[in-house]
Design a protein around this ligand. Structure first.
Ligand SMILES: Cc1ncc(COP(=O)(O)O)c(C=O)c1O
Length: 394
């Protein structure tokens, strides 16, 4: 069986050995210096000023929305757009936190939202923010999306959990909006077992994210920031400062185990991304040329594609079903992420009354006719050949 995920980490045996030694020696395993060091390493990697490390990509998505609400940059009841083809916990925080989640359809040849699709939604809905997903290492004209958001005062944030390392017009995805979120779940570009992050250049937002991450207290702020917030709230005693909770938060902290692994794995990140990119080029050279079977996916506008799974959108439900049978027991496959989110039970339950009908959308077509298989860095040439053979025999 060609598995979606082959191992917990890149260079797993060595990483596990180092992890055992670290755990034996460590004085502290709750959030501490390893996590802080990872934040420095990851912000440097992502070319952003600040990185806030969290316990998952879903937590990163929840934290960024809560932080924007806490800062008053968005308000309960505001309309916030999101890519209709995404993961559940991209859209869920919008609903959980009292916003109106407005789906935006995607383009069938990039699987991502384009400026055209965004403009069509803006004609109807005055969005206050747009939580764009960069799906499976791809993007559409994200630079134009950024321009529209800037012109219309729409806060743009990116869910980059599936596209760490993709470069579009010289810039890393995740760096187009006010902030980008990342996932370090096993099988993603790099693994800390569970883990996530928000990266931004906005200091106020980064500080609020640190508050949201841990109970609403100020413990992970700099001394200067602690002084500021304490004097603003007239917290004069050290005793009470320890348990003063300034704004709405959660406990979304990672542990030193995640931080330690992150610091090891980030050393291999370029190598892993490079290997996956080479695999992807091999797959795409074959699969996207079978125009009678699959919709071609366009990525020639992207400088460098970084994904961890390869999407295939079939020309019919029958072809997709046949592929599901052919892959059974040989290649592990999945639907294209959460598919059309508007058709998911949680969305139907909570947003049905207010949402547009998406039954003729591209997101629904992908939901009904798409699938993906894994692209992992340890894939052998034989496995690549097997996958191509199965998909071309359809
Ligand atoms: C687009 C997107 N956002 C968020 C997440 C959630 O990340 P995590 O599994 O780390 O919670 C995922 C997970 O795969 C995802 O694909």
């Amino acid at each position: 069986m060609i598995k979606l995920i082959k191992s917990s980490f890149y260079k797993e045996t060595d990483t596990k050995k180092k992890l055992c030694r670290f755990i034996k020696k460590a004085n502290q395993l709750s959030f501490g210096p390893e996590c802080e060091n990872f934040e420095r390493n990851f912000s440097f990697y992502q070319e952003r000023k600040y990185c806030v490390f969290l316990n998952s990509g879903s937590s990163a998505n929840l934290a960024i929305i809560q932080a924007l609400l806490n800062l008053g940059r968005i308000k309960i009841g505001d309309m916030v757009g999101f890519s209709a083809l995404t993961w559940s916990t991209n859209a869920m925080p919008l609903i959980q936190l009292g916003l109106k989640a407005v789906p935006v359809d995607i383009e069938i040849n990039t699987l991502n939202v384009s400026s055209k699709k965004l403009n069509a939604v803006l004609e109807k809905y005055p969005l206050k923010a747009f939580f764009l997903t960069n799906l499976l290492g791809f993007c559409d004209d994200i630079g134009e999306i950024k321009n529209i958001c800037q012109q219309k005062n729409i806060i743009m944030i990116e869910d980059n959990c599936e596209s760490l390392g993709t470069i579009y017009k010289g810039k890393k995805l995740g760096n187009f909006g006010l902030a980008g979120t990342f996932s370090f779940y096993v099988g993603h570009h790099m693994s800390t077992i569970e883990g996530g992050a928000v990266c931004t250049d906005d200091e106020e937002l980064a500080n609020m994210l640190r508050l949201v991450r841990a109970h609403g207290w100020d413990r992970n702020l700099s001394v200067v920031e602690q002084d500021n917030i304490r004097s603003k709230h007239k917290v004069n005693s050290t005793f009470y400062s320890r348990y003063t909770f300034y704004d709405l938060g959660y406990n979304l902290r990672p542990t030193e185990i995640n931080g330690f692994i992150g610091n090891l794995q980030i050393e291999y990140l370029d190598e892993v991304i490079e290997k996956r990119n080479k695999n992807f080029i091999k797959f795409s050279n074959h699969l996207y040329k079978f125009g009678h079977l699959f919709y071609p996916i366009r990525f020639d506008h992207i400088d460098f594609v970084s994904n961890f799974a390869v999407p295939v959108i079939c020309k019919s439900v029958e072809i997709r079903n046949k592929l599901v049978d052919l892959c059974n027991g040989v290649v592990e496959i999945r639907p294209i992420v959460g598919g059309d989110i508007t058709s998911q039970p949680f969305f139907q339950k909570n947003m049905k009354k207010t949402s547009d009908d998406f039954s003729n959308s591209n997101a629904r077509l992908v939901h009904n006719q798409g699938l993906y298989f894994g692209n992992n860095p340890e894939m052998t040439n034989q496995e690549i050949k097997t996958v191509i053979k199965i998909f071309s025999s359809c």
